[in-house]
Write a protein that binds this ligand. Structure first.
Ligand code: GLC
Length: 483
């Protein structure tokens, strides 16, 4: 890989400088180390932000930081039922934490979103945590950690939170707006793709990590039951390519009853056909951002699509089509800094209504069409997985032109990502680590196995599905009424 050695050395040094210590042990990394910006909450370690650094540390021979992180964050997970409704719920993992110092002691202070701007819920934290635990086990062979009783309990609590029966009738997870990397209002409430792809990977990870014993039996069964319908639903209903667009274009609407094709009553006028039919290359395709009643969000969301490739939520054919789209629409999706968080940006009235007039998310900025270099490692993973390494080579070469001179910014603005993000922090840790892990992956494609999944789940015949994951009350009722 033809990247200047000094660039790599600089990134590696910056990454090491961002490490947070707790009781003299490395336990995570600061979100950013920008000397010129107010820290706000960037002086914390975010679970999602630590994924790229952890992967770098794992492959570069420093697994203890990932292990300490997993152990300490597990202690922060909410372990008691909460009766205060303004407190985080049972099983939730925090969005972030920081080390607080007293006169002669230290403690970890977690934020579950109750201090975050907009009070957003970090649904993705638990899912990333599971993916990271699996990556740690794969990199080190230390399966004993995952098999420890406290870890097994932590995994069960996450599954409990995700799999319990809820109001909706889909295998996808229903979440509020801003529940993931896009942690501000962006019109992604409902069943956003990013959460679904992480959920799919997290279920697979849990199945690999849970011991086959009586405590886990119910959870293993419930996770297995969920995988196939989740995969089918996303592959069938979220997929957009030219064939599918033609189908939707001629959909009938207002179909009541069991046999309707247009299950979600999508009105073709809601789809930006004129742009999409020009934009979609013949062999390209992607998963829509969200799906709900009369709602098909046709924006391309990079993290959700790339993680669908990495977790094999997308079929082989779909994975190739996603990579073809990225390659053919390089100008829009990669531009001057890989890569767009979503495309296209919402403008005018749509921006006003769906972001609540958020100036940080004005068109082609930040979450609303900004370019985020952290996505490089996910792009590299998907490119390797599909045998399309050249896409990642090119992206890395583009990133390496300016990223260091610009001071490793959090994000870039503008249609093609030419402007440094208006409010972007510099020396953003996941930017640095995303670049490094992409580089490590290109040199050693076998590292992909830390984060990727192969194979499709099998359908479980309905008569063998015991029941859906039930709430505690429903389980008690079921037990008391047996016999
Ligand atoms: C921004 C990002 C979020 C990230 C946080 C810390 O809020 O949207 O995904 O975790 O910054 O870097």
């Amino acid at each position: 890989m033809d990247i200047e050695q000094s660039l790599e050395l600089e990134a590696w040094q910056l990454l090491k400088d961002s490490i947070i210590y707790y009781q003299d042990q490395p336990i995570g990394t600061l979100a950013a180390c920008d000397p010129d910006a107010s820290p706000l909450n960037y002086d914390q370690c975010f679970i999602r932000d630590f994924v790229a650094p952890a992967l770098v540390f794992l492959v570069r021979g420093y697994p203890e930081i990932a292990r300490n992180f997993l152990e300490k964050t597990l202690l922060l997970q909410v372990k008691d039922p909460q009766w205060d409704f303004f407190k985080p719920g049972f099983g939730l993992m925090p969005a972030s934490f920081k080390v607080e110092f007293g006169a002669d002691n230290q403690w970890l202070k977690a934020d579950f979103g109750e201090h975050a701007i907009g009070r957003v819920t970090p649904v993705d934290s638990s899912l990333w945590w599971l993916l990271l635990l699996r990556a740690y086990v794969r990199a080190t062979g230390d399966v004993e950690l995952a098999h420890r009783e406290d870890f097994q309990t932590g995994i069960r609590l996450i599954l409990d939170l995700c799999l319990v029966s809820r109001f909706d009738m889909f295998p996808t997870l229903l979440v509020p707006d801003g529940a993931c990397m896009i942690d501000r209002r962006m019109g992604i409430a409902g069943h956003p793709l990013e959460i679904q792809s992480l959920f799919y990977g997290a279920l697979k990870a849990a199945l690999e990590l849970l011991l086959d014993n009586s405590d886990n039996h119910y959870f293993i069964q419930a996770a297995r039951n969920r995988l196939f319908p989740l995969m089918r639903h996303i592959r069938d209903e979220y997929w957009l390519d030219l064939d599918r667009l033609n189908e939707i274009y001629r959909y009938r609407v207002e179909e009541y009853g069991e046999h309707g094709l247009n299950k979600f009553n999508i009105y073709s006028d809601s789809i930006p056909y004129h742009q999409l039919i020009e934009w979609l290359p013949t062999n390209g395709g992607y998963f829509a951002g969200n799906l709900g009643p009369s709602h098909l969000d046709c924006r391309f969301f990079s993290l959700g699509n790339l993680m669908s490739v990495v977790t094999s939520l997308a079929s082989d054919r779909q994975s190739h089509a996603i990579m073809t789209l990225i390659e053919q629409r390089q100008k829009d999706l990669i531009g001057h800094m890989p890569m767009k968080i979503c495309y296209p940006a919402m403008e005018d009235m749509e921006w006003k209504l769906l972001t609540g007039c958020d100036p940080k998310n004005r068109p082609w900025s930040y979450h609303n069409g900004g370019n985020w270099p952290v996505l490089l490692w996910v792009l590299a993973s998907a490119a390797i997985k599909t045998g399309r390494k050249e896409i990642a080579f090119e992206a890395l070469a583009i990133a390496s032109r300016n990223i260091s001179q610009d001071g490793w910014p959090e994000y870039y603005d503008g249609r093609s990502g030419r402007l440094m993000g208006k409010e972007a922090r510099r020396f953003q840790t996941w930017t640095i680590a995303g670049f490094l892990f992409a580089l490590d992956l290109m040199r050693n494609p076998e590292y992909l196995s830390l984060i990727s999944f192969d194979g499709d789940p099998s359908p479980i015949p309905l008569e063998n599905v015991p029941n859906r994951r039930q709430s505690h009350a429903a389980r008690q009722w079921a037990n008391s009424s047996v016999g």
